[in-house]
Design a protein around this ligand. Structure first.
Ligand SMILES: [Zn+2]
Length: 196
């Protein structure tokens, strides 16, 4: 039976590189893995998923894909796997639709995303994925102190920001992964502190 996966990690944990590698592995075996992302995330321009390490790939917006599937379910017959990047930005209903696709079409759906926002609270999509998924896996990375990074701090002028909208798209310069202690204290690495 296919499964619904949620692979989460903080900013800078190579989630996107992982997603692109899984896609590559499917392609190498001549299998069709569909790469999706939410429309909201236009950080890397239109319909491109790009990793920090330089690899990138074309993708389809989740919204467009689900609309196409609604119009023609046979699309799913040619699909070996669905890979979703930035899955934290999914709506509850979208996460539920992907769970349905796993169960009724036996297609694995692998979601990559952040678990919590810069306030340390669950994103809508992440919450529903945690509730629904068969497999939850953490992609680990470390805080500047060497402990496991679990929180996404939004930073500006060498300081940790506590207020603002949940979604404010930015690259690596706006966010940094911290351990709980340093997230709570708001203590950044010397490099981040000096980066004003
Ligand atoms: Zn730390």
């Amino acid at each position: 039976m296919a499964k619904l996966y949620f692979r989460f990690g903080v900013m800078g944990s190579s989630k996107t590189a992982n997603a692109l590698m899984v896609r590559y592995n499917y392609a190498e075996k001549e299998k069709n893995a569909i790469l999706l992302k939410p429309k909201l995330d236009s950080r890397d321009g239109e319909k491109i998923i790009k990793s920090r390490i330089g690899i990138e790939s074309n993708c389809i917006f989740i919204e467009d894909f689900l609309k196409d599937v609604e119009d023609d379910k046979t699309i799913l017959h040619h699909c070996s796997c669905i890979i979703i990047d930035e899955a934290q930005f999914m709506k509850t209903k979208q996460a539920e639709t992907f769970a349905y696709i796993v169960d009724y079409y036996n297609i694995p759906v692998i979601c990559y995303g952040l678990k919590t926002d810069f306030k340390g609270e669950l994103f809508e999509g992440s919450r529903r994925l945690i509730e629904l998924c068969d497999v939850i896996e953490e992609i680990p990375t470390v805080c500047w102190c060497g402990c496991k990074a679990k929180f996404n701090a939004r930073i500006s002028e060498g300081k940790v920001l506590r207020d603002g909208e949940q979604v404010q798209l930015g690259g690596n310069e706006s966010y940094v992964g911290l351990c709980r202690k340093h997230y709570m204290e708001g203590v950044l690495s010397e490099e981040n502190r000096n980066n004003r």
